[in-house]
Design a binder for this molecule. Structure first.
Ligand code: F6R
Length: 242
């Protein structure tokens, strides 16, 4: 794992967008997995801009959404689906055949997980992953205590996730479970970027980079990834000692 620092959210976001663009240029059939939320927002905007400006051929990439709130319909503006639809799929005119999201409304959620595991395997695994980090160290909905070798699964949400997650919704929303791509897929991914910005992420970034590697702090798994990059702005890096 390497840690890369940038002066602010904009530079950090531009770096991540450019890394993805270059990866698509190198491998036009790239499999890409992204988180939603605040962290990837500017990267998604810059990614769209750069792909369109440079007329990059992204017609053969496969996109995977990292996670979703169980029970939330895709039209809910706080859903991960809504984020991807408005920030990526629509601006890029990406056809449904090129994106794969976990259906959090599925009657059989376990089958939904198995389907996603099989699809990822079918595509030869994930090439590039861009994830964020929660205030409890989660990645996707891999909550504290999740085994590092788990693949797609249903997660009981931690209290921190339920509370912090309200920021995505206009009204108070009952959040109980998440459906998520697991850390097993992250460890198998060819390249992983864990992105974080702002002072509020400084403590979790310090633990991610310098703390013990433990399932009780999921993001610490990054230390074990041979091609893992923790990419941070100055504020998020402010508690790092090395
Ligand atoms: C969202 C996701 C979450 C977030 C994390 C940080 O798809 O996977 O793990 O990445 O909770 O959220 P933000 O980026 O909003 O601070």
């Amino acid at each position: 794992m390497k840690t890369l620092r940038f002066s602010n959210y904009e530079e950090l976001s531009a770096y991540a967008a450019n890394e993805i663009v270059q990866s698509i240029k190198e491998k036009p059939t790239l499999t890409l997995c992204l988180a939603s939320g605040h962290t990837p927002l500017r990267t998604a905007e810059l990614l769209v801009k750069q792909l369109l400006d440079e007329k990059v051929d992204y017609s053969r990439i496969s996109f995977f959404g990292l996670d979703e709130w169980v029970g939330l319909p895709p039209e809910n503006e706080g859903s991960c689906f809504y984020f991807f639809k408005t920030k990526l799929f629509e601006p890029l005119q990406l056809p449904p055949s090129q994106y794969h999201l976990l259906n959090a409304m599925a009657e059989d959620l376990d089958a939904e997980c198995k389907k996603m595991d099989a699809l990822i395997d079918d595509k030869g695994g994930i090439d590039v992953m861009l994830v964020g980090i929660g205030m409890n160290g989660h990645i996707g909905f891999n909550e504290p205590g999740t085994p590092f070798n788990k693949f797609c699964h249903i997660a009981e949400l931690d209290d921190t996730t339920k509370t912090v997650g309200q920021k995505y919704f206009k009204e108070q929303t009952a959040l109980h479970q998440g459906i998520t791509i697991g850390l097993g897929h992250l460890m198998n991914a060819k390249k992983v970027f864990l992105k974080a910005d702002g002072k509020r992420k400084a403590e979790v970034i310090q633990k991610t980079v310098e703390g013990d590697i433990t399932e009780s702090f999921p993001a610490s798994i990054m230390q074990q990834h041979a091609n893992g990059f923790v990419i941070v702005d100055e504020e998020a890096a402010s508690l790092l000692t090395k």
